[in-house]
Write a new protein. Structure first.
Length: 291
């Protein structure tokens, strides 16, 4: 359930006046988010039937939900005093110091989505506990900002974790996601070390594009090391003999340079689709040979 990532840049000095009246200032956004959220919930119903019968998500319905979830994330972060900039109404993310990422994955598990209303119960209980703790922390932080002009770092980090979990829970409840990028990476030895180093350096989980980019660089670096050269042709030949043990996946190429195994959901093999493995978070190609 950790596919969605969200992060807010920490600011040392805060606006005491806008924080003092944050509950009032956020009302217009809360109203818009509430009614937009109803639409996102209604859309989840046909999406559920589509997944159960086809094993795939409808991208148009998913995009509608994601546009609301991204907006709701910014509204919640503003409510939770995580930044002072007033968010724009709609899909404009440029006005606030917040990054939120959720990748669309078409293949979907019929079983876990079909029984999502049962699967989500433990996470909902944890979410309620988180919400109670966040309420206490935010009340203390609100007074801290009024008296000192600063949001204590520890309380900020806890609130950010709570918001991130809430957004992940919402995405999971709306059947927008089954598994996650950072979650999948942490299941691997190399990936776990990378995620820990990333969190230590940037104080947040890496988003999907950052993990993919790191693995892309890793493949080239491994090929250069194997070829012991920076010559393009030698690197290409080295890749064909390479077995790459990466952050999110293990990859191997055949003699013709074709990738035998890929975790990239966007790839469609031989017109037959792909099979998602929830255990490894990898995508295994299904290639059917003509008789």
């Amino acid at each position: 359930m950790g596919e969605l990532t969200a992060d807010v840049r920490y600011e040392d000095k805060r606006n005491r006046l806008t924080c003092a009246f944050r509950g009032i200032l956020a009302i217009p956004h809360v109203i818009v988010s509430y009614f937009w959220g109803i639409v996102a919930e209604i859309v989840a119903i046909p999406q559920w039937f589509i997944i159960v019968f086809t094993g795939k998500r409808n991208e148009a319905l998913w995009d509608l939900q994601e546009s609301w979830l991204s907006y709701a994330g910014r509204v919640s972060a503003y409510q939770y005093l995580l930044f002072d900039e007033y968010p724009a109404f709609g899909s404009d993310q440029s006005r606030v110091p917040m990054v939120q990422d959720l990748a669309y994955v078409e293949p979907a598990s019929r079983l876990t989505n079909g029984l999502r209303f049962i699967w989500i119960i433990p996470a909902m209980i944890l979410g309620m506990i988180f919400a109670i703790a966040m309420s206490v922390v935010l009340l203390i932080a609100w007074f801290a900002i009024l008296f000192t002009g600063r949001f204590p770092v520890g309380m900020f980090d806890f609130t950010m974790k709570g918001l991130r979990f809430t957004l992940q829970l919402t995405a999971y409840g709306l059947i927008m996601t089954d598994t996650g990028h950072a979650t999948c990476a942490k299941k691997r030895k190399v990936g776990s070390a990378f995620v820990k180093a990333w969190q230590k350096r940037f104080h947040r989980l890496p988003i999907a594009n950052e993990l993919v980019g790191a693995d892309a660089v890793g493949v080239v670096a491994a090929a250069i090391k194997k070829a012991r050269s920076t010559d393009g042709e030698k690197i290409t030949n080295a890749i064909r003999k390479l077995q790459y043990n990466g952050i999110r996946f293990t990859a191997q190429w055949d003699a013709k340079g074709n990738l035998k195994h890929t975790p990239i959901p966007a790839v469609v093999w031989a017109g037959d689709g792909t099979r998602l493995s929830a255990l490894t978070c990898d995508i295994h190609p299904i290639v059917r040979k003509k008789k």
